[in-house]
Design a protein around this ligand. Sequence first.
Ligand SMILES: Nc1ncnc2c1ncn2[C@@H]1O[C@H](COP(=O)(O)OP(=O)(O)O)[C@@H](O)[C@H]1O
Ligand SMILES: [Mg+2]
Length: 448
Amino acid sequence: MSDKQEVVIGIMDPNSFSFRAALEGLLHHIDREIKYKGKTYEVVPRRIVSRPYNVLGAKTSCSVILNRGAHWNPHHNSFFHLVMPHSYMINDMVSFKSIDKNTSYGHMHELGLHIPPTWAIPQADYSKLLESDRVDPDLIFPDYELFDLAAIGEEVGYPSYMKPQDGGGWVDVVKVNNVHELHDAYHKIKDKPVNLQKAVDYKEFVRVVGVGPQMMPMHYNAGAEHSHDRYLRSEETAIEHGFLPAEQFDEVCKITKIINAFYNWDHNSCEILVDHDGVAHPIDFANAYPDSNVTSLHFYFPELVKAMARWLIFIAVTGRKKPLFAQYWDDMLKIKEKAEKKGWSYKQKLDAYAEIADEAFQTKEFDKFCKEQLAHFEEQAYHYFASEAFDSIIGESVERYFKFPHEWPNKKMHYKGIHHFWLHCERNRLCISLEEEVEERSTAKADA
Ligand SMILES: Nc1ncnc2c1ncn2[C@@H]1O[C@H](COP(=O)(O)OP(=O)(O)O)[C@@H](O)[C@H]1O
Ligand SMILES: [Mg+2]
């Protein structure tokens, strides 16, 4: 009998091609036999598909499940919550369903992060609600207080952004410059509760993606017309290394790690606007389904896939348990009180919160695990991303994402060109020679 223990990683992401395909490809490519604390584990990736299940006997063989998109699919969502006592869920919907932008702005302000002035405003239009035969207008309307929108506009200040409280993808986000535009925007948005938030005049827009304790700050160009071009530095330059000074880089990583630990979010993105005085303002950081497509992330894509693979393997092999919802709230709030008493600076506070976040994410154990159990992961991942299999994922992603076939050749050249630059940087970082890569490729071909 084999003394190897199989640990299954379940992957569910029917809405995006490249992330799931590359993650599965990478997990199949690397050495999945891992020795940990005297035992041998065999890591087995398995795609989770939609099918009927017996509610009263629902089980999963997965030690960890990567859930991308169950919030749009009640069938998956209920199954995942059903088996959650037996499996680690990335991301679970417990916190993402209840904590939206609005709530998290308030909490993070309380911790001392620099959230711009923000007011929550109930919806303008209740006609949809009134269509329901369960709603009695006589009971509903006395519950809503009349308010002075113009006074809220004055208090927040102009320009400001009106955005749905539970929004995403820039849907119904409007910049308003004066009270007239504020009224217009409010009445156009109709039946959604909104936030009105002071606009930040920024010099750098940073989007940080966190996977467990791993933080990846990326520059973001909100002015680009198409969302897939926004992670490019400019029209001429795909990527700028060191676009943030070291201290600011550290700060945006800590901010994101603190938010993610506070809410138990294993995979989340945090948009931070750094103003002209260097103050970092988080403005959008509750994202249950961060954009993870190669057609958006280009250079950043392999690192994100690697980060997810490392985190999934760590959880599956070590049997990490997910902290309870709100488990670290008290500890974080105690830091806040202590900081007030002792007159700590913002940086001192951030460092103290980050220590708790590191505890929540087991950062030390994770780093040690990567060093010891995943000692060859970096090289193996490099060879996967240099393979023809990954090259064809880029090609297929372009064909799936861009609707007009005449665009495909240029787009493929664009993304493959950036990827070759990533491979070049990785070869330098890992001291891999080009000959070694060619040799690896011909071995892979011979094995196929
Ligand atoms: N306070 C703000 N200051 C400056 N720009 C903002 C602000 N809030 C939103 N924006 C702009 O609007 C975009 C969409 O707003 P965001 O809060 O990120 O909503 P969504 O969840 O739809 O992405 C942001 O990416 C940014 O370009
Ligand atoms: Mg956003």
